[in-house]
Ligand binder design. Structure first.
Ligand SMILES: Nc1nc2c(ncn2[C@@H]2O[C@H](COP(=O)(O)OP(=O)(O)O)[C@@H](O)[C@H]2O)c(=O)[nH]1
Ligand SMILES: [Mg+2]
Length: 451
């Protein structure tokens, strides 16, 4: 067995309980020497005292021992549930290190589970996604992959490709047995179906990506329209400075907020207007920069004033082809705006007032549905595909398309063999190629310590 690794599995702060995880060859010895339990019953909670090398009692703990083969990592493991005082936890960690353990690298427990065949790579990634999920949908999708939904799909595809591969190989080995037109057609049809399935998975990757990153929502509009007030209302804090003097917000500020189904980074920006002031102009330039990368733009205008000409002079060009909502603010005041015939007429709109809570709630709902609109309907997918997986799928797709071209003429049919082999191996990388150390190092270094 390997070196014994140890890590704190819970946050390093004061809490009711804190969990320390240990995995590797020294576990049974530690059960005996530091927990006084030479023959622990596997997977049973033992209430015991943790004793240091210097024979001091460091804490009363619950110790659970997991035997090799039936633990998360596949090795002998020990979990200590201690009192959640950072000083206690540090003392126990230090004692374990003094006894010969070493601190685990990020993701090292999961890495060992993968190396020992307890989980495949898509499941290891699903664990990281599960911990990092920023909304319920991301959580659901991570759980689906942890169940092995993506792995199963990949395996099915590999089996079908392999079948076509062996049919072609048999023909090459025994060319006197003509493959036959019917048979060739069938192979091509089967491979075309694989291509469709691969394209569908790549599409799933694009659509599910939305759940795994913060989406940028940017408030823009003329000064004094109420952008900062709306920003504060949405985040529920008085963070942005609000003033009746136009031009108060000179740079952007942002805040991360979870709207349930999506996680957004909301930006409050400098109001856009013609100005000679250098600082204000720089602020406006930054607003335009933010607009470029935005997933959704909230164009805020004061509905109690006439149509702001700056929309047609500047804002309009920035937000063209962008997902936007026109927010007609100050609906508590008399309506003076007329958007008929203007650029904004065609943008989805909502009337709100910061004095009306319900209208703010409606706006956040509209933000969510706008962001999800071209993504997916709930429960449409039963798996998710990340960028690494999607890249491998795209490469595999190209190899199969090449193979199809070569199968179409009898003279080149044998060239299809290496292409089909390559596609199978690329799909294999998705579930895990244990020899690709660089890729594995990169992947597991993004995990948290203790996982
Ligand atoms: N009556 C009314 N006043 C508002 C509303 N929203 C913002 N204001 C006021 O409009 C002024 C400018 O607001 P602010 O949020 O600083 O606008 P910004 O320049 O676009 O960030 C402030 O005096 C706000 O109190 C609203 O819905 N109704
Ligand atoms: Mg402002």
């Amino acid at each position: 067995m390997t070196e014994t690794i140890v890590a704190l599995a819970t946050p390093n702060s004061q809490s009711a309980l804190g969990i320390i995880r240990v995995s590797g060859r020294m576990v049974l010895e530690l059960c005996e020497k530091s927990c006084g339990l030479p023959y622990p019953t596997p997977r049973r909670a033992h209430l015991t005292k943790y004793t240091s090398l210097e024979q001091n009692i460091l804490d009363q703990v619950i110790m659970v021992y997991y035997e090799k083969g039936r633990s998360f990592t596949g090795e002998n493991c020990m979990e200590l549930t201690c009192h959640g005082n950072p000083i206690v936890l540090e003392e126990i960690l230090n004692d374990l290190i003094n006894r010969g353990c070493r601190l685990a690298n990020p993701g090292e427990f999961t890495y060992r589970a993968f190396q020992n065949g307890k989980i495949d790579l898509t499941q290891a990634e699903a664990i990281a996604d599960l911990i990092g999920a920023k909304n319920k949908k991301a959580l659901t999708l991570a759980n689906k992959n942890l169940e092995g939904n993506l792995s199963k799909k990949i395996e099915e595809l590999q089996t079908t490709i392999l079948k076509q591969h062996s049919d072609i190989e048999a023909f090459i080995d025994f060319p006197e047995d003509d493959l036959g037109e019917e048979k060739t057609k069938q192979i091509i049809t089967n491979l075309q179906e694989i291509c469709l399935e691969l394209s569908r998975l790549i599409e799933v990757g694009k659509k599910t990506a939305i759940f795994n990153r913060k989406l940028r929502v940017v408030l823009v509009g003329p000064p004094n329209a109420g952008k900062s007030s709306i920003f504060n209302k949405i985040i529920g804090l008085d963070r942005a400075i609000i003033d009746q003097e136009p031009g108060t917000t000179r740079d952007f500020i942002d805040y991360n907020i979870n709207l349930g189904k999506v996680n957004i980074q909301l930006y409050d920006t400098a109001g856009i207007r013609e100005t000679n002031q250098e600082i204000e102009r720089q602020g406006i330039d930054r607003t335009y920069e933010l607009i470029k990368d935005a997933d959704l733009i909230l164009v805020v205008v004061d509905r109690s004033l006439p149509y702001p000409s700056i929309i047609d002079h500047g804002i309009k060009n920035g937000i063209k082809n962008k997902n936007s909502i026109l927010v007609l603010n100050k609906s508590d005041l008399q309506n003076k705006i007329n958007i008929t015939g203007s650029y904004l007429e065609k943008v989805p709109k909502t009337e709100i007032s910061i004095t009306k809570e319900k209208s703010i709630q409606d706006l956040t709902n509209q933000i969510t549905s706008c962001l999800l609109e071209d993504s997916l309907v709930d429960n449409e997918f039963n798996l998710s595909v990340n960028l690494r997986q999607s890249n491998a799928l795209s490469k595999a797709l190209i190899y199969i398309q090449n193979a199809i071209q070569n199968i179409k003429t009898e003279e080149t049919i044998e060239f299809a063999i290496p292409d089909l082999k390559e596609s199978i191996s690329l799909l294999g990388e998705i579930v895990g190629n244990k020899d690709n150390e660089d890729m594995l190092d990169l992947l597991f270094s993004n995990f948290c310590i203790g996982k």
